[in-house]
Design a protein around this ligand. Structure first.
Ligand SMILES: NC(=O)c1ccc[n+]([C@@H]2O[C@H](COP(=O)([O-])OP(=O)(O)OC[C@H]3O[C@@H](n4cnc5c(N)ncnc54)[C@H](O)[C@@H]3O)[C@@H](O)[C@H]2O)c1
Ligand SMILES: [Zn+2]
Length: 343
């Protein structure tokens, strides 16, 4: 990686910002790859995704000699990618950034597309920029140390891509699940060859949407499949519900809306449930016990001035539609799909 950076940025000095958990787990390997002591470790947590952290990292980099001729490298999950990407976009009016994602979510989703940002107390990602990475270096080996919950967060985004994709990602997921069925089912970490295929296919799909709509004003919004209800569930839970669980549940709601509108065949719901189950993602949540509160949080999106509540509805695998006119009655009815079964 070091040699790669020197080859591709011969006149720029690299500054590596490394999630300190990754530094603790993978520091030796990074050293062996030639990084030496050139990194700046930082405490990457969602609640440190703040402007204050950006200022602190900028000052540390300055004291280490960073200037307009530097290249910043983000080594970590989505939090590190977003914060370091943001810093790179404004540091001395902008330096190039290279993304080295180390969570599955970051490898299949956040490393690509150029969205950077930090949170405010009022909400997530409210300050940010578009700053495309000059390169993305993905190595599935990092995922060996990833906890199961983080695997689920990434897999939920892969399943989302599988619904959007018409070139066989769903079939890939289904065949892995089928092959694992004979033994004990899917176990995390997934084998590296399998992960590489999932990462490659997911990034290829995301790249297609980003290339068509870099600024997220049109088709890129299809990537929000499962996130309309998902964000509502996350905020209602006070962010205790993992993002991947929220997206899994949100995808069930989106498919249910399609079925209630007469757009989607019920078989798609069965297919989705089968995949969610195989990859250990939830199908129901007690959060739906107060539908008014949930609906309130879902509709909050509307207030962001995005021109109404947008639902991304799959008619079938690879056949996706955007709807802004779904009635509250249909939404309420579709949320019932998340009710835990009474025993
Ligand atoms: N920019 C985008 O387009 C985009 C897209 C999706 C999500 N995001 C953002 O990404 C963030 C979520 O990303 P995330 O889930 O990667 O979060 P994260 O960066 O917090 O990583 C999750 C956890 O995994 C740990 N970790 C990282 N690599 C590891 C490894 N190899 N082994 C063991 N542990 C490891 C981290 O320390 C952290 O505890 C959110 O802030 C979200 O807003 C951005
Ligand atoms: Zn997501």
């Amino acid at each position: 990686m070091w040699a790669w950076l020197q080859e591709h940025f011969p006149r720029r000095h690299p500054y590596l910002f490394v999630d300190q958990r990754v530094a603790a787990l993978w520091g030796k390997v990074l050293d062996e790859k030639g990084f030496g002591p050139a990194w700046i470790p930082w405490d990457a947590r969602e609640d440190s995704k703040r402007l204050a952290a950006v200022e602190e990292l900028a000052r540390t980099a300055l004291h280490r000699g960073a200037d307009r001729q530097s290249v910043f490298v983000a080594v970590g999950g989505g939090v590190t990618g977003d914060v370091v990407g943001f810093l790179a976009s404004i540091f001395m009016r902008g330096v190039p950034v290279v993304q080295v994602p180390t969570t599955l979510l970051a490898q299949v989703d956040s490393c690509l597309g150029g969205k950077t940002g930090v949170d405010l107390p009022e909400g997530k990602n409210l300050l940010g920029t578009f700053h495309q990475p000059q390169a993305i270096l993905v190595d599935a080996v990092f995922l060996e140390t990833l906890p199961a919950r983080e695997w689920q967060n990434g897999i939920a985004e892969v399943i989302k891509c599988a619904l959007l994709d018409d070139s066989g990602l769903m079939e890939t997921l289904e065949s892995f699940a089928q092959a694992a069925k004979g033994s004990q089912g899917i176990v995390y970490p997934l084998p590296q060859e399998m992960t590489e295929r999932l990462v490659f296919q997911s990034l290829r799909l995301k790249a297609r949407y980003v290339a068509a709509d870099e600024r997220d004003l049109g088709v890129r919004q299809f990537l929000n499949l499962g996130h309309t209800a998902g964000h509502g569930l996350e905020t209602l839970s006070g962010y205790t519900l993992p993002h991947g669980h929220a997206v899994a549940l949100g995808m069930r709601v989106a498919v249910r809306i399609g079925i209630l509108m007469g757009l989607t065949h019920p078989d798609l719901a069965r297919r989705l449930d089968h995949i969610l189950d195989a990859y250990q993602l939830p199908q129901t949540t007690p959060l739906v016990a107060d539908p008014d509160a949930l609906l309130g949080h879902i509709q909050h999106d509307k207030k962001k001035g995005t021109g109404g509540l947008t639902w991304i509805v799959p008619r079938d695998v690879g056949r996706i539609e955007r709807h802004t006119d779904i009635s509250e009655k249909i939404v309420r009815e579709s949320l019932r799909v998340l009710q835990p079964l009474k025993t």
